[in-house]
Write a protein that binds this ligand. Sequence first.
Ligand code: SAH
Length: 263
Amino acid sequence: MTLGPIGKVWFVGAGPGDPELITLKGQKLLAQAGAVLFAGSLVDRAATLYAPPGCVIRDSKDMTLEEMTAWLIEQTRAHATVVRLQTGDPGLYGALIEMARPLSAEGIEWAVVPGVSSAMASMAAAGESMTLPEVTQSVIFTRVEGRTPMPEGEDLAGLAAHRTTLCIFLSITLMYKVEAALRAAGWPEDAPMLVVHKASWPGEEKILRGTLADIKQRCREAGVASQAMIVASPTLGALHWETLVRSKLYDPTFTHRFRKASA
Ligand code: SAH
């Protein structure tokens, strides 16, 4: 007789690094987990702080995808709650579907708990907003081509032509490509740029501000060559602008469902 699977696999977003930026739901699941597989490269091991004594904890940094899914499947035979802990949000550059398919094929239940993406944490660290009225109302999460090819129609120069907020993942070692793309899209040399290294990591976060012309140099000077978010956005630095279009929602002359205009 073979025993069927008993456990469920939870893909939990660990958040960007600060162990306090995991969701309550993620923390609760960790607290009842029998096994946790965590992404060693970026998830602060501290996130596994929440796992109970006796929990099987494994770093996935030296494992292939096949090994990871085999490990998760094996753990569901022994534990009701198995957690795959991923950096930021599991649905962004997280191989979520690749890992979930073999689970579904085995009839193993799985679910996702979202996490605070490093894009959000980076903007928060810098005290910046992704959107501003009449400046930009859209955000693009993207990357430049490294060993993973970019699908047709998604080259950064084309996306940058929209002049929206661009959160560029996985590209800090390819800053020259980011710069070339922004220039090709007509962004001026003084366009503000932001690089955040290890956003939210206690004691390790670095916030670098510069322009299209000098951001690469700033990264070099600061020794930032990994684990960083690049943001190019027309909203950057708005705290110090002389004029700012107000949000309609909070404008005293604007009536909406919950408030009548006062003037
Ligand atoms: N799922 C993750 C992204 C994984 S891809 C998320 O939602 O954030 C890995 C890339 O994310 C890194 O190359 C870097 O660009 C970014 N990243 C992850 N954690 C980061 C952090 N704490 N600070 C800055 N960038 C981070």
